[in-house]
Design a binder for this molecule. Structure first.
Ligand code: PLP
Length: 411
């Protein structure tokens, strides 16, 4: 589909073989769990299969034809990701095993290089555990203090509190672009600008934004940005860390091993330049190639058109869910993307998930790896319907019909 043509969701759906699958009781899959992991288009599946059947070899190591070919495909994927993210001169893209590893890499490297006793790291109340625990571990190790930007009842960051918490001791601000538990879209460009003025560095967790909206690193202005391959139509086991080269250059390596060195003797090792310095060992080659293909696929669809399509689903879904008696939406930010969390007065989220599953509808129930969010709203868990570029209004209608069944059974 050309990026200028109208968005044809039926055509997009044909790219995803799994969407034809019958899952339960003769019901066709209604996949509303893309925040956990997205489905994969045939071109990504083919790229991985082609690599293994035609090009499989290790990268950066051999002079033989296949090794050079695998290396070219691997490095090509880096270019594809760079153009997907709109990265800039002076920045580098590093492949990791996931968004979680990318955050840990920064917490480890930046922490060791730049955070000392008495310094502060600022996160928000709506972070995924992946953007809490690594910073907590760092603060514990370095004697630094973890501070938390609170959120209001609608699930938005309280920006006055951010202004108040940001100070000369803040070394790092690490916040999510889009909350996986609430769907809130945060004002990341403003956060980056203010942090920069205060002399702090910023990491933006883009695990839930990169699959849903155009990402323009120049406009965001972050020092680090992370993304999860498997949430953006790519395979599992691969993630992206984008960062400013001047910072990455000064960060100690994350893991030691092959490929990340210039020379090794028993007395001393010198390290390779970035990105190799942070890609120790055999990388997830097939996964990186698959992710490059996914980035190309999304670019061809046009992320602005994906965002518009998903915005329509968000508006329609919110309207429809609000009409289900006894249902409360958790997270009513003005700017939302990707996910709607909710509870029902008649049923536990796990029961909701179970009844919907009988209808072939996949949603997630639980704390969504965001326990502090659950604590903030006084719930143990929520049910979460999350969207992808292949979802339709008809699937939201199916969800609503399923929720009426939940009421019939439990109310
Ligand atoms: N950050 C956010 C906002 C997420 O939603 C997730 C996964 O759900 C992650 C980070 C971690 O991603 P992964 O587990 O793929 O490394």
């Amino acid at each position: 589909m050309a990026a200028t043509a109208p968005y044809d969701v039926d055509r997009v759906r044909r790219d995803f073989p799994i969407l034809k699958r019958i899952v339960r009781n003769g019901k066709r899959l209604v996949y509303l769990d893309s925040a956990a992991t997205s489905q994969k288009p045939q071109c990504v599946i083919d790229a991985i299969s082609r690599y293994y059947s035609e090009d499989n070899a290790n990268v950066h190591r051999g002079v033989h034809h296949l090794s050079q070919r695998a290396t070219d495909l691997y490095e090509d994927a880096r270019h594809k990701i760079n153009s997907f993210l709109g990265t800039m001169v002076g920045c580098e893209t590093i492949f990791t095993r996931g968004a979680t590893e990318a955050i840990n890499l920064v917490a480890h490297g930046f922490g060791k290089g730049f955070v000392n006793a008495g310094d502060e790291v600022l996160i928000s109340h709506m972070e995924h555990h992946s953007n809490i625990v690594p910073w907590q571990m760092l603060c514990e190790a370095r004697g630094a203090k973890l501070r938390v930007i609170p959120i209001n009842d609608d699930g938005e960051l309280i920006m006055e509190e951010f202004d108040r918490l940001l100070n000369g001791r803040t070394k790092m601000v690490s916040v999510t672009h889009v909350s996986n538990a609430l769907g809130t879209v945060n004002p990341v460009a403003e956060i980056c600008r203010k942090a920069r003025e205060a002399g702090a560095r910023v990491l933006i967790d883009g695990a839930q934004s990169a699959p849903h909206m155009p990402i323009d690193m120049k406009a965001i202005g972050a020092d680090f940005f992370v993304a999860a391959g498997h949430k953006m139509c790519g395979p599992t086991g691969v993630g992206v860390l984008y960062g400013r080269a001047e910072l990455l250059d000064r960060m100690p390596p994350w893991q030691g091993g092959g490929d990340m060195i210039l020379s090794v003797t028993f007395e001393k090792t010198t390290y390779a330049h970035i990105p190799a310095r942070f890609e120790a060992g055999t990388p997830p080659i097939a996964e990186v190639i698959g992710l490059g293909e996914a980035a190309d696929y999304l670019t061809k669809l046009g992320m602005d058109r994906v965002a518009a399509h998903e915005h329509d689903l968000m508006v329609y879904g919110t309207e429809q869910l609000k009409q289900v008696p006894g249902l409360t939406i958790v997270g009513n930010a003005k700017e939302k993307a990707g996910a709607i969390s909710f509870t029902m007065d008649c049923a536990h989220p796990h029961d909701i998930g179970q009844i919907l599953d009988d209808e072939g509808i996949a949603v997630r129930a639980g704390h969504h790896c965001a326990q502090p969010v659950m604590q903030r709203y006084g719930v143990a868990a929520t049910a979460r319907a999350s969207f992808g570029l292949y979802n339709t209004r008809a699937e939201i209608d199916a969800l609503v019909a399923g929720l009426h069944k939940v009421r019939e059974i439990f109310a």
